[in-house]
Design a protein. Structure first.
Lengths: 295, 347
């Protein structure tokens, strides 16, 4: 039967198999090879090393589990990344919404405001926040000058400073996917909802917000993953409780040169990230499916 | 031949010229091979600038060898040695790190035949690395913030009612924690780690941790902290420039930069020559005049005037006030102690 179906295939279908879409797939070959050589292969080596350095076995993982700072730091890392992601989403959503309604030069100015901070490195921006938050910094001086405070508040090092610094750096990565998504939302659907009796709030909650979910998914995934690997900002602005996994990995990789332990810490972080992403996709109703619909 | 215009060539002439051209790179290569280019991995900053200004330019004059610099990442060193593709000829780094790398077999043994070992500080000449300068992790304070007299020892720093700046690493910081707790400087090693953490517990809410040297200097200059520990080289120049910062060498922990030759370095012989030059009294003195990191070669002190010597941790006067970091202790204990320190930080 299968054979019959094959021989029965009209010539047009064979032609269709050489369509532009098929050609695009071949064009993916070069980037795929590049990724395989410079991304997948090194990661596989890192994972292998976590089981083989200094000897074959799971001794590096036993060390992580045996106590010490490792599990606690991994947990703190995930916690910090999650808080930063939530704050970014709260701040970015209204900004992206307003930007999606702008046109012409106003849109260009707004986009420039979002993108220009990306031109400055995270290190310099973290130092800049130190200037703002320090004891005799702009913020404390202003609050004392205005009579709000009698004595300087100790912002540094601390949770508040870390979160402000990280959110500032990550915000564009949340706004841009949201904006791309929101500009593609068909606003006549909102009008349709209102015609059918929904007030603006209900129209937003039942129509607009679900349609913006692909943007939310993309932004949340991007910001969360990038925040997990944060290094310099928590180190400069954060207190001891903001010891991030990246700092521990760097210590092992660069100072102690225990690459077995460094690799296993990196592998755990990789697995946690992957697992959380899969979980997240399940919970948000298959983000890629929605994304396809939006495109 | 006589009607040949200028610029036109016969076939034979052209061939001869092509042959000559092909010789040019070879002719050029002969002198270039005598002068090689060494790769020096350093921590950058003021230290690297000073190396360039002093010992590197002297090396160029003496041997006509150029030196280029690169970042001294330990991970890169390990990767290069593991893969047998070593690009560096010399690595500079904190001695407590280089001793760990040396034990992992990443360095060539140092050739001391051209180095006057007798004049070096005890402990400076090691199998796989040599100490090149002496810095201090010492008591510092912001003169504008300071209430009362300046702290004269670590116990007074600990007792200060205010913010205390410390380096967020166990190395050096645990030493001063023990000194603050009343351990005699002669009995410091082996460090009583548990006691050091108990000492840090007492001031936990007062500590402002600094992570990097530049940041450390900044927290003192801006008055983010009142008192604390800082490397002398980071606050020396600001103090001279009138910043509200001061320091002393009482109970200082002396720490060192060290140089080592990576295993399989392409210009091993030249690198050993460079090290010998860097440890010579003249170069040690020239370096100390630029940066207040003292010489490890005692003969260099004779070349320096009293004003410079007063700023140097390894001058006779200052050196007896403190104690050299015990490298062997840290080489044995850095992994386990770092683990405990990180646990203590987040605990």
């Amino acid at each position: 039967m299968l054979k019959g179906a094959n021989t029965g295939t009209p010539a047009t279908m064979r032609k269709a198999s050489w369509s532009v879409a098929r050609l695009y797939r071949w064009m993916l070959l070069a980037p795929a090879l590049f990724l395989a050589a410079f991304f997948v292969f090194p990661i596989i080596r890192v994972v292998l090393r976590s089981f083989s350095d200094p000897a074959w076995g799971v001794q590096n993982y036993e060390r992580i589990m045996a106590g010490g700072p490792y599990l606690q730091v991994l947990l703190a890392t995930i916690q910090t990344a999650a808080t930063v992601t939530a704050l970014c989403l709260l701040l970015a959503y209204p900004v992206a919404y307003v930007m999606s309604r702008l046109t012409g030069s106003l849109l260009q100015i707004a986009a420039a405001c979002v993108i220009i901070p990306l031109w400055t490195s995270a290190v310099i921006r973290s130092y800049a926040w130190m200037v703002v938050f320090q004891r005799k910094g702009i913020l404390n001086e202003a609050l004392i000058g205005a009579g709000v405070l009698d004595d300087a508040i100790r912002f540094l090092p601390g949770s508040f400073a870390v979160h402000v610094g990280m959110v500032h750096i990550m915000l564009p990565f949340m706004i841009l996917p949201l904006l791309a998504n929101m500009r593609a939302i068909d606003r006549s659907l909102l009008r349709a909802a209102e015609i059918m009796g929904a007030n603006p709030l209900v129209a937003f909650a039942k129509v607009y917000f679900p349609l913006s979910m692909p943007g939310v998914s993309a932004g949340v995934a991007l910001v969360f993953m990038m925040s997990l690997g944060f290094f310099i900002t928590p180190a400069l602005l954060g207190g001891p409780q903001h010891l991030m996994a990246a700092v521990l990995i760097e210590q092992q990789a660069n100072v102690i040169l225990d690459w077995g332990l460094a690799s296993s810490l990196a592998t755990v972080l990789l697995v946690v990230t992957g697992a959380m992403y899969v979980l997240y996709m399940r919970l948000t109703g298959n983000a890629t499916g929605n994304l396809k619909g939006a495109l | 031949m006589k009607n040949k215009t200028a610029g036109s060539l016969t076939r034979r002439e052209a061939l001869a010229m092509m042959g000559a051209v092909s010789l040019v790179p070879w002719l050029d290569a002969t002198p270039a091979q005598a002068a090689s280019q060494l790769v020096f991995a350093s921590g950058g900053g003021k230290l690297e600038e000073t190396y360039k200004k002093t010992v590197f330019s002297a090396f160029k004059e003496k041997t006509s060898n150029d030196i280029v610099t690169t970042a001294n990442e330990g991970a890169k060193l390990k990767a290069m040695v593991e893969q047998g593709q070593v690009e560096w000829d010399m690595m500079q780094g904190p001695a407590e790190q280089l001793i760990v790398f040396g034990r992992q077999g990443l360095f060539e043994p140092i050739d001391y035949t051209n180095i006057d070992k007798a004049n070096l500080l005890p402990g400076a000449a090691n199998e796989f690395f040599a100490l090149t300068d002496v810095a201090a992790y010492n008591i510092g304070w912001n003169t504008a913030n300071l209430k009362g007299p300046a702290p004269q020892n670590w116990a007074e720093v600990w007792a200060y009612d205010g913010r205390i700046g410390l380096w967020k690493k166990p190395f050096q910081t645990l030493e001063v924690a023990l000194l603050a707790d009343g351990v005699a400087i002669a009995d410091l090693y082996p460090l009583d780690i548990e006691r050091a953490f108990k000492s840090l517990d007492k001031i936990k809410s007062k500590i402002v941790w600094w992570e990097r040297g530049a940041q450390g200097a900044q927290v003192f200059l801006d008055g983010e902290v009142d008192v604390g520990a800082i490397w002398n080289g980071r606050v020396h120049q600001p103090k001279l420039d009138g910043a509200p910062v001061d320091f002393n060498f009482n109970q200082a922990v002396f720490v060192n930069d060290a140089w080592a030759v990576p295993k399989g370095a392409p210009h091993k012989k030249e690198a050993m020559e460079l090290l010998a030059l860097a440890l010579s009294p003249e170069q040690q003195a020239a370096f100390a005049r630029e940066l207040p990191y003292g010489p490890v070669n005692r003969a260099a002190l004779a070349l320096l005037d009293d004003k410079v010597k007063a700023t140097l941790p390894s001058s006779d006067e200052n050196y007896k006030k403190g104690r050299l970091l015990d490298l062997e202790f840290w080489a044995d204990n850095s992994q386990a102690t770092l683990e405990k320190f990180n646990s203590w930080l987040i605990g």
